[in-house]
Structures are given as structure tokens and as C-alpha cells.
Ligand binder design. Structure first.
Ligand code: DGJ
Length: 727
């Protein structure tokens, strides 16, 4: 049984594949964290390294709690580090102390109340431990939920706080997990950026004190992804110990590392306590989101592949989870708001000619939407642009053999819209205060998804359109962060619940719509990658990675995103040159090679291609059709880091190692370079591989130890790819 309970030592030993995670109940009833790392098969209890600081034993009746590594620490009873939760009693005090009450161990993995989470399809895939803790004085109970996956180095955690006392409790913070390490000799890795520069990799050494990343934007955000990792000092892609933490949540979050005066390191992750509180009536409970914790003892690459395997199969859901994703063309950068039915049909017809499978009509098809200053919320087809309506347009595109997809931004309302005029109170706002408006708010307000009638309006409006025509794909956009947070439907003492209630409302809406239309492929978007997180991926299995479609910028954005999220979740399109965001000129081949590392598509006016370009695009489309089963379902190895060099490279390898697709990019040309070889990974050293399209063959060992020559690649922004097949 991969979760063991040793009664004598009051010790829980969770085993996930090659990982052990050990917790002990101390004599005092506190829950201490003893170990997380490489799997231990023979556990003796002699000399267990509890803490470097004080030589106390778990059986000591008095505990120096401030120096004990813990599992879900409280505040106010002697531990001065940041706690995992804090509650305020009716008398105003905030001191609580959680002690062990009981536990349960069972096969499988439960789902979380109204929140997305990783799952199992068969109870033999994972084991779950529930530990109940209690603060005797208040009756606050906390159930800590741990699931260990049997085949992956993954442990998931979440907590449920229940008020079993006699008075109301106010949660001031309710994080999902806490884990304490016995030293601080780590680097902290984070994925940070902004609009058009999402998920760049940053690394810093831990120092005493608090270091954290967070979102206060009502969305997981472009600024910080809800992910951190602790890395041993010598970590590379292939070597060293890594601990990854990813929150399955789409709203305000906090990921904090605190190095205390004794050099113990505490990791906390969960809903951001900033501007948050939650009133817990008697017998009510509060479920925190899940944190997916991955351990790797062989580098970052292995950690990423663990996340990729888990998310592809046990986070993403629906009919498209295991299906090859279609090649699409989106008209946004081709036309912006300026299109009519003929233009759309001509792009779609050209798409068909080039082998592209899906046409996506982006923003501008509804209300009077000729710019971004009106009509959001009025989901009625604009007959000026599409006089014969949507059904006729979709039918004509379908009849020509291309599928049809449609853009929505369901969470928003324009002040200039019939919806806003009818329901001015339906947006997130603070009464009598003029909401922030400007470039970053894009002339729009956010609908108040804490309200049931608003959620129902969105569900009906989107469903009606989806029922009105054979639509195969939806792009679900969200183009502003949430400011002026307040809801008219909540009482004063619950106003700080608005942000989390918004996320719960969003999940409910997404759940209803995606389950009602199981054959529609949903791709999320938030001004590009502003909500690229596990919470949204649970409902929509792919995300538009960034509004920056420049191939060179995409090298970093996609490389950074791949730290956690698999390529099958990343939308990546070939756009026009010069690029609309940067003005940079790149070759069509480089743009396609970069986009083939994600869900491939085009985002430009196909009708403007010359015949020569069309024939190149046709070949690109054919090539992607031949490799997409490898890139979408194979293993991903990062080979050259664009953040550390003038190059980027990676390889996708099929699960049976018989096929692979490798890509190498040179950003700027340099004179007098030494011969350069790209050493591959993930292949079978005993196989012989042919390079498709050439007469060359190589041994797998040769490719992984000697590598492929890239010296001849000349010019700026150039790339080369190899398709390998075992013979
Ligand atoms: C932001 C998205 O990221 C773009 O791709 C496009 O859909 C626009 N919104 C449309 O307003």
C-alpha cells in the first residue's frame, strides 16, 4: 500500500512512484513534516533528522514549535513564521492551534467541491490520506488532503476548513498547503512577465526573509504564473533535485518562500490572503484549491515531463483530451474588426486549399463591434458584417470542408451595450465609485460572476449561439484584470469574498458550457496567456499562449511555458512578417518551426500569400500533420535555453521512442563560431534513426552523445528541424 501508517511511531509514509513524503504526529498532537524526496524503502526511526536546530524528540511533551517543520502551521501559539491559515473569532482574537484528531487512508482520489483538480480514472492509480486537525477552543476543523500517484512523482495537496464550533469564524487566510524544508540552500524558480512576455524564467537564490510571487489581478495573470520550484544549487535540465509547486487555480494567488532565522525554509501556496476573507458560519466549510507537487531527482526536464504527463491525461478532460488537435487559421491579425462575410469566406477557402482544418472567426462578429469600445455582452450576430447570419456562413465554410470556430469574451460587458444599459449593477464594481478605465481596462467592465443570474445569462447567451450553427471550436477570451472589486449582491462583511466567488462562478459557467457542448474544442485566452493555468485547463484543454506572435519572442515564451504545461495545451500560430507586435521580420520557415512546438495554426491573411508562399505553407501544413502525434502526445526535452544563450532547441520523442521531432533556432548570427553540435535526448541509444527527407541515418547513441551539426545555419532568426524515425 503506497500510503503507510506506522501506529507505533505515529507516522505517515506516502509513496508516489519514486518519491517518499513522511509526516509524523508529535506527542503534542502537532503534525510535523519529516521528509520529502527520493523514495525510502527501509525506514528506521533511529536518528530521524527532525530539525537541525534543536535536538528534541517527537515524544517530548513540550515542542519548540517555532523550529519544527510542519504540515499546516497555525499562528499565535509560538510559531512566528507565516501560517497556512488564520481565522478571526467573534471576540476579535486570531490565535488558534491545530492538533491531530483522526485520519483516513483510501485508494483513489476525491474531487474537490466546486474546484478543478487532477483526477484518476481508476482507483488503483493513486492513494489518498485525509488527516483531520482541530482547534479545540473554536471547533475549527481542517481536513488535509494528500494524494500520491502510484506511477508519477506527484503528490497533490488541498485543505478543507470546517466550522464545527458554536460561533462564526472569519478566515483571514486559507492557503492550500505548507511544507517546511530543513535548510535554505536552494534557488527559487518562477515564471514571470507581462502581456506579450509571459512566463519568462527567473531564478534567484533564497535568502533569509520572505520572498514571494502573487497575483492581485483577479486572474492568475501574465505577471506571475501560479508556479514555483525550489532547485538544488547544481540543477540542470538533466541533473539535480527539484521540487515543483503548481496551484490549480485561476484567480488571486500567493506562492511564498520564507527562510527563517534558523535557516528553515517554509513554502506556502494558495489563494492570496491579500484582500481576502471568508465568513464561515457554523457547519460551513471552505475548500482550498489543489497544489500539485512534483519531485524530481534528475533535473528540471524530468519535473516538466511529470507535469506534462499528469496534465495531459489527468487534468485536461473531454473528448479532445486524447484527440489530435486541428490546424487552424484565425482572422484576428488578418482583419482585426474590419471584415465582412466575403473576406471571411475567402480566408476560409484559402485555408481549405492549403490543408488547414479549422477557420476561427475572432472578435467583431456581434453587436456593433467595430472597435473595442462597445457591444461586449450583446451576443447577437452583426448583420451589417454577416448579412446572412452565422448559420449560413458556417454552413458555407463547412460545405467547403473546413470546420468553424468562434470567439467570445463572455465574462465582460461594454458600458456601451444593451446588456449594461439593462443591468448596470451586473458588473464588478463598488457603488458610487467610478471604476478604473483606460488602456488596460480596454473600455470594458467585468461581469459579476458571484451572481447566479449573471452566470445564467452567460450560459444562455453562449449556448444559444453554439446551438445556432455547427460550431466546432470556441476561443474564450478575457481581456482585462479585475479592479474595483466589489459585488452588489454580497453584504459588507462578505465583500472580500468577491474575487474567490468570481472564480467559483467562472468555473461553474465553464463547466456548464463545456459539458453541454462536449464536441466543441475550447481554447482559453486572456489577452494571450494571462490565465494560462491548471484551473482553466481542467475545462478547456488548450490556451492561447501569448498575444506576442513574433517567432523569436515565442521561443522564450513557449520554452518558459513548457516548464509546467505540455505543448498540446499551447496555441502557437504563424503570423505576418513584419510582426504586428514587434515589427521584426522573420522567415516563414522560422515562424512555422517555432509554432510547431505548440498547437499549430496561422494568424494572418492567407489570401495575401504569393503562389510560392502558398506552396511553402502547404508543405508546412503537411509536415505538421505528420509530426503532431509526436509533439502533442510525446515527451518533451529542452536542449538549448534561449534565456541563457543565442539559441533555442528542443526535441519531442514519441512514447515508444520510435519517432522524434527536433528543432534548433539561432537568434542572431555570430562570426567565427566554433563548430556547433546539438546533442539530442530521450531517444533509444540502441535504435538506428533515419532523418526523414534525407538519406542520412544515425545511431540513437550517436545522436545523444555526439549530436547533429548546426554550424552551417547562417543568418539571423534561422531554424532547422529534423524528423527522426527508427528503422
Ligand atoms: C486578445 C486575444 O489574445 C487576441 O488573440 C484577440 O482575440 C483579441 N483579444 C480580440 O479582441
Amino acid at each position: 500500500m503506497p500510503i503507510l501508517y506506522d501506529k507505533e511511531h505515529k507516522l505517515f509514509h506516502l509513496q508516489a512512484a519514486d518519491t517518499s513524503y513522511i509526516i509524523q504526529i508529535f506527542e503534542t498532537g502537532h503534525l510535523a513534516h519529516l521528509y520529502w524526496g527520493k523514495r525510502i524503502n527501509k525506514l528506521s526511526f533511529n536518528n530521524f533528522p527532525i530539525t537541525a536546530v534543536t535536538n528534541f524528540k517527537s515524544t517530548d511533551p513540550i515542542l519548540p514549535i517555532d523550529v519544527v517543520p510542519q504540515e499546516f502551521p497555525s499562528f499565535g501559539a509560538g510559531d512566528f513564521r507565516t501560517p497556512a491559515y488564520q481565522v478571526q473569532l467573534e471576540n476579535g482574537s486570531t490565535v488558534t492551534d491545530l492538533l491531530y484528531v483522526s485520519h483516513k487512508i483510501y485508494k483513489g482520489k476525491p474531487s474537490l467541491d466546486n474546484l478543478p483538480s487532477t483526477y484518476v480514472e481508476n482507483d488503483d492509480e493513486a492513494d489518498t490520506l485525509e488527516i483531520t486537525l482541530e482547534d479545540k477552543l473554536t471547533g475549527l476543523n481542517v481536513i488535509l488532503l494528500y494524494t500520491a500517484y502510484r506511477e508519477l512523482n506527484v503528490i497533490t495537496r488541498a485543505a478543507k476548513l470546517i466550522n464545527l464550533g458554536k460561533e462564526k469564524l472569519k478566515l483571514l487566510s486559507a492557503l492550500s498547503m505548507s511544507v517546511d524544508f530543513n535548510d535554505y540552500n536552494y534557488d527559487l524558480l518562477q515564471l514571470s512577465g507581462c502581456w506579450c512576455r509571459e512566463r519568462h524564467i527567473f531564478k534567484r537564490a533564497l535568502v533569509p526573509g520572505v520572498q514571494s510571487i502573487e497575483s492581485k489581478r483577479g486572474m492568475s495573470s501574465h505577471t506571475q504564473n501560479p508556479f514555483i520550484a525550489l532547485l538544488d544549487k547544481d540543477v540542470t535540465e538533466t541533473h539535480g533535485t527539484v521540487y515543483g509547486f503548481n496551484l490549480i487555480y485561476s484567480g488571486n494567488f500567493l506562492a511564498q518562500v520564507e527562510v527563517d532565522p534558523n535557516y528553515l525554509t517554509r513554502i506556502l501556496m494558495g489563494i492570496n490572503p491579500f484582500d481576502f476573507s471568508w465568513l464561515l458560519d457554523v457547519n460551513e466549510s471552505f475548500q482550498t484549491p489543489e497544489v500539485v507537487m512534483v519531485y524530481s531527482d534528475c533535473g528540471l526536464g524530468n519535473m516538466s515531463r511529470t507535469y506534462h504527463n499528469l496534465y495531459r491525461k489527468r487534468l485536461c478532460r473531454g473528448n479532445y483530451r486524447d484527440k489530435l488537435r486541428p490546424i487552424l487559421v484565425n482572422n484576428w491579425e488578418a482583419t482585426y474588426f474590419n471584415f465582412n462575410a466575403d473576406k471571411i469566406k475567402s480566408i476560409a477557402n484559402t485555408a481549405k486549399e492549403l490543408g488547414i482544418e479549422l477557420f476561427v472567426l475572432d472578435d467583431g462578429w456581434f453587436g456593433k463591434r467595430n472597435s473595442d469600445n462597445c457591444s461586449l455582452g450583446d451576443w447577437i450576430v452583426d448583420k451589417n458584417k454577416l448579412p446572412d447570419g452565422l448559420e449560413s456562413l458556417v454552413k458555407s465554410i463547412n460545405d467547403n470542408g473546413t470546420k468553424f470556430g468562434l470567439w467570445f469574451e463572455p465574462e465582460m460587458v461594454s458600458p456601451d451595450s444593451d446588456l449594461y444599459r439593462a443591468h448596470p449593477d451586473w458588473c464588478i464594481h463598488v457603488p458610487n465609485r467610478k471604476p478604473a478605465q483606460g488602456k488596460f481596462q480596454r473600455n470594458q467592465l467585468v461581469l459579476d460572476l458571484t451572481r447566479e443570474e449573471v452566470c445564467n445569462y452567460i450560459i444562455d447567451a453562449v449556448s444559444n449561439i453554439l446551438k445556432s450553427a455547427p460550431i466546432s471550436y470556441v476561443k474564450w477570451d478575457m481581456n482585462r484584470a479585475i479592479s474595483d472589486v466589489g459585488s452588489e449582491s454580497l453584504p459588507a462583511e462578505r465583500q472580500r469574498e468577491t474575487s474567490h466567488r468570481y472564480v467559483l462562478g467562472l468555473y461553474k459557467v465553464m463547466d456548464k458550457i463545456t459539458s453541454a457542448f462536449p464536441n466543441v474544442l475550447f481554447e482559453s485566452c486572456a489577452s494571450g496567456g494571462g490565465r494560462f493555468d491548471g484551473g482553466i485547463l481542467y475545462y478547456m484543454p488548450q490556451t492561447w499562449t501569448s498575444d506576442d506572435t513574433d517567432a523569436v519572442e515565442r521561443l522564450k515564451i513557449q520554452y518558459g511555458t513548457s516548464i509546467v504545461y505540455p505543448a498540446i495545451t499551447m496555441g502557437a500560430h504563424v503570423s505576418a512578417s513584419p510582426n504586428h507586435q514587434l515589427g521584426r521580420e522573420t522567415k516563414l520557415s522560422t515562424r512555422a518551426d517555432a509554432a510547431m512546438a505548440g498547437n499549430f495554426g496561422y494568424e494572418l491573411d492567407l489570401t495575401k500569400f504569393t503562389d510560392e508562399e502558398k506552396s511553402i505553407v502547404k508543405q508546412q501544413v503537411e509536415k505538421y500533420k505528420e509530426i503532431r502525434h509526436i509533439t502533442q502526445f510525446g515527451d518533451f526535452y529542452r536542449l538549448r535555453n534561449p534565456f541563457e544563450s543565442n539559441e533555442a532547441a528542443w526535441i519531442f520523442v514519441s512514447k515508444d521512442k520510435k519517432e522524434a521531432f527536433a528543432s534548433y533556432f539561432k537568434v542572431l548570427a555570430k562570426p567565427f563560431t566554433l563548430p556547433s553540435r546539438l546533442v539530442l535526448e530521450g531517444l533509444n541509444p540502441d535504435y538506428t534513426y533515419e532523418v526523414i527527407g534525407s538519406d542520412m541515418t544515425f545511431g540513437g547513441d550517436e545522436l545523444m552523445y555526439i549530436g547533429l551539426d548546426t554550424t552551417e545555419l547562417k543568418g539571423d532568426f534561422t531554424s532547422i528541424t529534423w524528423r527522426l524515425k527508427a528503422i
